[in-house]
Design a protein around this ligand. Structure first.
Ligand code: NAD
Ligand code: MG
Length: 391
């Protein structure tokens, strides 16, 4: 990548119709001299995908749902934008030569396209934390093989990226990931357990997709993020700390052996880490929310409560167990969150279902993350088991 290139950077967005996808399009489209869209993908919202492809003058658009191919083709006819569908379409979008591929698909559905982008030698800006949780060893190995950095879009990981002194890695004592605490931060355990989807979907600081919003309410999101961080940053597992910070202004901190603590602050706005990844290693102006410390007045901090938020502890246990346990835990959680949103299980039922699947698949969890096929096979097995156990 040239530092002083006059050509715009070509950007592909996997998961362009989601919350991170939309914020990414906002940054890209507001600076056409710097960025242009190569490819966009979506699950099945073809109308939104086609509109985004037209507006951004993408070269290629793909929809994961094969049944939606005809409609996408119709919507984009006469535009010169090529279209594709299904696994092949997503893979094509991921592997078209691009300066940056933004991985913004939600869940383990992102694993294959993310790996495809990396294997094609495309620089990855990754929001899709589940891919690192499930297949982190494979993703990081491929990135090393390609001599590519994984640029973290997740706000906490992006914060750490900006303050993590690789050259002095042995002098790092702690890496702190902050958590807002979600909508149930102050609630009693009994009330959390019977919380409704409507209550869980009301995040105090961030406007995000449904799955991550529920994960934030259960604090599974923070557990996934610790696992994500331990793949991205090569320090011992026990050096990662979670601190609840309800204002979501400090996103990450790195503590050094001389007592220095570096923190990254920003107003809660995903466009900031996205803009950072897209411009990296340069910086570029972006229309993002600005931080006003005087208006903010104060910042507060608390310890996370593993009793009221058992999902956080389950994720930390899965990380400690290693192997495929985080992958199994993630699959069970995806099924549990979907079941909760469908009204099939209670909010408290999410943690119980995840724990039950982890216990029953303890043996499989011990298998190393040796291949993508094994990861996907165990993902399916854990989903199946979770579906059986929930009913
Ligand atoms: P979202 O639900 O708003 O969007 C998800 C995107 O993925 C959509 O474009 C959807 O079409 C696509 N998608 C869903 N299922 C798919 C499938 N089976 N195959 C192909 N595409 C599929 O989610 P989001 O909030 O934008 O989050 C995306 C990812 O980024 C998640 O992994 C999340 O944890 C992470 N993340 C999100 C935020 C945020 O602020 N929203 C912050 C940090 C990290
Ligand atoms: Mg985050």
């Amino acid at each position: 990548m040239s530092l002083q290139s006059s050509e715009p950077k070509m950007i592909s967005i996997l998961g362009a119709t989601g919350s991170v996808g939309e914020s990414s399009l906002d940054i890209v489209c507001s600076d056409p001299e710097r960025y242009q869209i190569r490819a966009l993908t979506a699950h099945r919202n073809v109308d939104k995908l086609a509109e985004a492809a037209r507006l951004s003058k993408a070269d290629y658009a793909a929809v994961a749902d094969e049944a939606s191919y005809g409609r996408l083709k119709e919507l984009l006819s006469g535009t010169g934008i090529e279209v594709g569908a299904g696994e092949i379409g997503l893979e094509h979008a991921a592997t078209l030569p691009a300066d940056i591929v933004i991985g913004a698909i939600v869940g383990a559905a992102g694993i294959k396209p993310t790996m495809a982008a990396l294997k094609a030698g495309n620089q990855l800006a990754l929001a899709n934390k589940e891919t690192l949780v499930c297949a982190g060893d494979l993703v990081m190995a491929e990135a090393r093989r390609q001599d590519l950095r994984i640029l973290p879009v997740d706000s906490e990981h992006n914060a750490i990226f900006q303050i993590f002194d690789e050259a002095n890695i042995d002098e790092i004592d702690e890496v702190t990931i902050t958590a807002s605490g979600g909508p149930f931060r102050t609630w009693a355990q009994a009330d959390i357990e019977k919380a409704t989807a409507e209550q869980a979907l009301k995040h105090p600081n961030w406007d995000m997709g449904a799955k991550i919003t529920i994960d934030s309410a259960s604090m599974m999101n923070k557990g996934l993020e610790v696992i994500e961080a331990h793949h991205l940053y090569a320090v011992r597992q026990d050096k990662f700390k979670v601190v609840v910070h309800p204002q979501s202004i400090i996103h990450g901190m790195v503590s050094y052996s001389d007592g220095s603590v570096l923190a990254h602050l920003a107003a809660p706005d995903m466009r900031t880490p996205i803009a950072h990844c897209l411009a990296w290693p340069e910086r570029a102006a972006a229309k993002t929310k600005r931080l006003d410390l005087i208006a903010l007045g104060q910042m507060t901090f608390e310890a996370p409560d593993p009793v009221r938020f058992p999902c956080l502890q389950l994720a930390l246990d899965a990380m400690k167990a290693g192997g495929n346990m985080p992958n199994i835990m993630n699959a069970a959680n995806e099924i549990a969150v979907a079941a909760f949103l469908e009204g099939e299980i209670t909010f408290g039922g999410i943690a119980s279902l995840v724990e039950a699947v982890m216990t029953k698949m303890d043996g499989d969890g011990g298998l190393p993350v040796s291949s993508l096929d094994l990861v996907l096979e165990l993902d399916q097995k854990a989903r199946q088991l979770a579906l059986e156990l929930k009913s």
